[in-house]
Design a protein around this ligand. Structure first.
Ligand SMILES: [Zn+2]
Length: 524
């Protein structure tokens, strides 16, 4: 007796093989039968004739850990068909942190991750995982973050990591991996991470290599960073430590549109016979982040309270503004405010426009905004104004996804009233591309990059395929209509053509509606 049979769909199993018409029978959390189940007994049958039954999507890059703790449904993810999402990304998250350090980092990260409860136990990865296990709609996978570990060992301070501290950091990382983190992450500009040097990252990545996990790098990009940063530094770290390397959302931009070889040069140039490198990507021409990360290192030293103290001092605020205008204007110019808790009416407004209205430089306006919002501020980078450039970046994404080492992510950053459209549309946006006559990827190939490929890469046992014995994480989609509807101007719009989503055997979305079932596991 099955609990649920998805009847009459075209099963695309996630391996890239062509779909076959078959019923899928679920018992408990697992898939227990695939084939003609018309005579089998079942508690429930759902007719999915004309639809595709795919494995649930495995999203290797999100910033949803804060949102999930206050909104376990996270409709923006599950409605895209995401059944497993990775957290702890870009080197910054909540565990392992003492109660005091958790409160500090919760504040610094609030523009990105929002405000989860203040009293949660985040002292270990095991403690963090328990907050999500069977309490949220999606499966969660945690990666141990570099800046978090650095904060726990050294505080929010610009100090080098001496040998004793390094040993402590290695031990924290080892424990985190033993407690279920599938890898280690570092970020481009998220303090206190940028104060670490290459040697520190190599030492930590040796632990990653020892335990056969993956180092996920968002290449470092702070002016004057020790080690130089960039893809070259990530490759050097992987080569020296012997770890597997995964580049976060590695894509072309307005500057490199049409020139994939340009973004691959540092990587290809540094490959050795033993290099093991993979990538993920989201299908948009610009990103989203937190303005606090653009402040200079000296202004970050001491953490949120010290940052606020400096912003309150006219003299120091002036120096910060001068730095921002001189060194970060490339990021400030296209900055659109996405999360402004003190003045939500500013969400969707371009920083440049606000600065002009206030008669300030962009740097000055940003300093005031950070102060007005007690540092809790999020932004989306406006896309290039030329639609041809945006289209080229999409074509580049498809070309990159054609490679054997690429997979799909959303980079969900859900805080605020006008977030990035990727939060609602990343996966269906790519699925819709496969319908175009000149798409380099078939639907089956695209689904492979969303399911089996990331599940294998990160060692998620019995996930990522429609196969007997596998967990029943499934998406029912309409191949003729599936698409995103979210835009930069109106991001909070759900996709269409994804009527049902199953997580661990339970219907999480049924007929386009969330069921309120929270069957997500903290995996693996
Ligand atoms: Zn990210």
């Amino acid at each position: 007796m099955f609990d649920l049979i998805l009847q009459g769909g075209c099963v695309v199993d996630g391996t890239g093989r062509p779909g076959v018409i078959a019923d899928v029978g679920i018992r408990g959390e697992r898939i227990e039968g695939i084939g003609d189940l018309s005579r089998a007994e079942a508690q429930r049958r759902l007719d999915v004739t004309g639809k595709v039954v795919s494995p649930g999507f495995v999203d290797t890059h999100t910033h949803a850990e804060g949102a999930l703790l206050v909104d376990p449904q996270l409709e923006c993810a599950i409605r895209q068909g995401i059944t497993t999402l990775f957290i702890g990304i870009d080197g910054m998250s909540y565990a392992p942190l003492s109660p005091a350090n958790y409160r500090t980092y919760r504040h610094w990260l609030s523009g990105l991750l929002g405000f989860p409860p203040e009293e949660l136990d985040m002292s270990s990865v095991a403690a963090l995982r328990a907050h999500y296990h069977q309490r949220v709609a999606v499966n969660t996978v945690y990666l141990a973050p570099h800046a978090t570990i650095r904060l726990e060992v050294l505080g929010f301070r610009d100090v080098p990591m001496d040998d004793a501290a390094l040993q402590q950091a290695e031990q924290l990382l080892r424990e985190s991996l033993e407690q279920g983190a599938v890898g280690f992450t570092s970020g481009s500009k998220y303090y206190p991470g940028p104060w670490g040097d290459t040697r520190e990252l190599i030492a930590l990545c040796r632990v990653v290599a020892e335990m056969d996990r993956v180092y996920m790098s968002e290449p470092r990009s702070v002016p004057g960073i020790p080690g130089g940063g960039g893809a070259a530094e990530a490759m050097a770290i992987a080569t020296a430590s012997g770890c597997k390397l995964h580049f976060a959302h590695w894509r072309t931009s307005a500057e490199s549109a049409g020139h994939i070889e340009q973004i691959m040069a540092d990587i290809d140039g540094a490959r050795t016979a033993t290099s093991d490198v993979t990538f993920d990507i989201y299908p948009y021409p610009s990103g989203s982040s937190i303005p606090i990360s653009f402040l200079p290192g000296w202004a970050q030293d001491g953490g949120p309270h010290e940052i606020l103290r400096r912003l309150e001092s006219p003299d120091e605020r002036g120096r910060i503004a001068v730095y921002l205008d001189a060194h970060q204007d490339g990021f400030l110019e296209p900055m659109t405010l996405s999360f402004v808790p003190a003045t939500p009416s500013l969400e969707g407004v371009r920083l440049s426009a606000l600065a002009a209205e206030r008669g300030q430089s962009r740097g000055e306006a940003l300093c005031d905004l950070l102060l007005e919002n007690q540092l809790t501020l999020g932004h989306v980078t406006a896309p290039p104004s030329d639609p041809a450039v945006c289209e080229q970046i999409m074509q580049d994404a498809l070309a990159l996804l054609s490679r054997p080492d690429y997979m799909v992510c959303s980079d969900i950053t859900p805080a605020g009233g006008v977030p990035h459209p990727r939060c609602y549309g990343a996966f269906p946006r790519l699925l819709a591309q496969t319908r175009s006559a000149d798409s380099p990827l078939s639907l089956e190939a695209m689904l492979h990059r969303m399911t089996d490929r990331p599940a294998r890469r990160f060692g998620l046992t019995d996930r990522g395929r429609v196969a007997v014995g596998y967990f029943a994480d499934l998406v029912v989609l309409d191949p003729n209509t599936v698409t995103d509807t979210a835009t930069y101007a109106e991001p909070k719009r759900f996709p269409i053509g994804i009527p049902h989503v199953v997580v661990n055997g339970r219907l999480a979305v049924e007929h386009d509606r969330c069921t309120g079932v929270f069957a997500g596991r903290a995996i693996p």
